[in-house]
Design a protein around this ligand. Structure first.
Ligand SMILES: Nc1nc2c([nH]c(=O)n2[C@H]2C[C@H](O)[C@@H](COP(=O)(O)OP(=O)(O)OP(=O)(O)O)O2)c(=O)[nH]1
Ligand SMILES: [Mg+2]
Length: 150
């Protein structure tokens, strides 16, 4: 018996692995960037990062992306959480790392705005000037509220 179109088995969507860096400074603030024009969800705030390339370790991908996007060289990274999200443009798996030590002053190399958000202001994103945030970035911010910073 033929299956109706909406019952046909669908091939799984490829998973796009993404390395995401949460830079935390000495004042308990995290760095967000605004997605540049031309990318899906342009204008939305996110943590710096991007797609892991074939054969790359997570740390190598994170180091490369943060160099390319915000011109910093990271000294270390700690795994913080992993989450998946099904966007219309891609099914992504985000590997989120905390970065507490880096070299250089962050600056937007893709003409993107950057800003430091104090963890205490996570419930006031709009007032703090970080609205809208990417849908899959919100659970990261939720978990950061529970972080014992210092
Ligand atoms: N960097 C980053 N990506 C995120 C976050 N939240 C979230 O859903 N994403 C999604 C959006 C994208 O689909 C994907 C990251 O891809 P990207 O567009 O940053 O990739 P990329 O830097 O390699 O950019 P490109 O070279 O492909 O243009 O992960 C986040 O907080 N940071
Ligand atoms: Mg990126």
């Amino acid at each position: 018996m033929a299956l109706a179109a909406d019952q046909e088995p669908t091939s799984p969507r490829p998973v796009v692995e993404v390395a995401v860096g949460v830079l935390i400074n000495g004042a308990g603030a995290v760095l967000l960037g605004q997605r540049p024009d031309g990318k899906p969800y342009a204008g939305y705030w996110e943590f710096p990062g991007g797609k892991v390339e074939f054969g790359e370790t997570l740390f190598a991908a994170l180091s490369r992306e943060l160099q390319e996007e915000i011109d910093v060289c990271i000294d270390q990274a700690e795994e913080f959480m992993v989450l998946e999200h099904d966007y219309p443009h891609a099914y992504v798996r985000l590997h989120i790392c905390l970065v507490k030590s880096w070299q250089g002053q962050p600056r937007g190399l893709e003409n993107q705005a950057l800003g430091w958000l104090n963890i205490k202001d996570i419930d006031r994103l709009s007032i703090a000037g970080f609205d809208p945030v990417l849908p899959a970035t919100l659970p990261i911010l939720e978990k950061l509220k529970n972080l014992e910073v210092f």
